[in-house]
Design a binder for this molecule. Structure first.
Ligand SMILES: [Fe+2]
Ligand SMILES: [Fe+2]
Length: 304
């Protein structure tokens, strides 16, 4: 159903050849808090006029921490989702099975890498930064949707992960080296996972009617709305963390300036950069008749 030339054989081969461990990424290093962690396209701190440079860098770092947390958070459901897809044909194609088991294992490794980033951040940053709770509840909500909906959400996430690294981090040498490596190692695996998602979407969508496929896009956008609510909660926690770290309090006008800039940056990072990703747009276009228009309208509304 989807246009691509991906195969389980090829993707398994690349997974084995490019295997890495969490230790390969960290190599005993700590974060350098004199540097920014995220590129401006993701952090969105430069335009906040009520902050000085030092405070903008702190907010950038707070955003780096929440970036790792939110990835670990939204990826929580991917392991059970991939295992459920693997089990559908457990005695069938062994290359498919092995490829999907490695996909699940790599996601467990990402959770470990991202959790460690949050732990090291907490130790080094100097003041507490709260993070949104409820990762298991979110996983339950996603897995309560159709199999195609969960796969579309995964595909969206895995395409934007790559875009963040390749277009905004890879050449940004001014950023903290360890943080860049975390995103680099994540990208190495996600560039394969996004292709595995397309193979799984083909399998699942083959048994669905057009109506069911259209419904999956509607459900995806419902999940996007729920994620947007979580991001708004994280923005408030970030403002509190910044006030604590910078030892100042913000007036209502200052808070609303930070909130507006940050909401835009979070929405671009976790929603719009995926909804507008050309590979993702093509998947939705090939699966549905109305989906492309709906995701474009959602991306536009979130960018306003
Ligand atoms: Fe991942
Ligand atoms: Fe992944």
């Amino acid at each position: 159903m989807l246009t691509h030339d991906y195969t389980y054989t090829n993707l398994l081969d690349r997974s084995v050849k490019n295997a890495w461990t969490v230790e390969d990424c960290y190599q005993g290093r700590d974060f350098d808090f004199a540097k920014s962690f995220l590129p401006e396209r993701i952090a969105g701190v430069r335009g906040i006029t009520c902050l000085n440079d030092d405070e903008r860098r702190k907010l950038n770092q707070i955003r780096g921490n929440s970036y790792c947390h939110i990835f670990a958070f939204v990826e929580e459901y991917i392991v059970p989702m991939v295992l459920a897809n693997a089990s559908r044909d457990i005695y069938g194609d062994e290359t498919r099975l092995w490829s999907l088991l490695r996909f699940a294992e790599e996601e467990v490794k990402h959770q470990e890498m991202l959790r460690r980033a949050v732990e090291q951040f907490e130790k080094g940053f100097g003041s507490p930064c709260a993070l949104i709770p409820g990762r298991e509840a979110v996983a339950e909500v996603v897995l309560g949707k159709s199999a195609l909906t969960a796969l579309l959400l995964t595909s969206l996430i895995e395409w934007f992960t790559q875009l963040h690294y390749v277009e905004h981090v890879r050449d940004s040498e001014e950023l903290d080296a360890l943080f860049r490596d975390i995103l680099r190692f994540h990208w190495i695996d996600e560039s394969r996972h996004a292709r595995l998602d397309s193979l799984l979407i083909d399998e699942v969508a083959a048994d669905l009617t057009l109506e069911e496929r259209e419904r999956a896009v509607d459900e995806l956008l419902e999940l996007g709305g729920a994620l947007d609510g979580l991001l708004a909660q994280q923005v408030e926690l970030d403002i509190d963390a910044l006030a604590l770290s910078a030892r100042r309090s913000f007036s209502d006008a200052e808070k609303s300036e930070i909130r507006a800039e940050q909401q835009r940056a979070y929405r671009w990072t976790f929603l719009v950069s995926g909804l507008e990703h050309p590979e993702f747009v093509q998947i939705v276009r090939e699966l549905t008749e109305a989906g492309q228009g709906k995701i474009a309208a959602a991306a536009q509304a979130l960018s306003a």
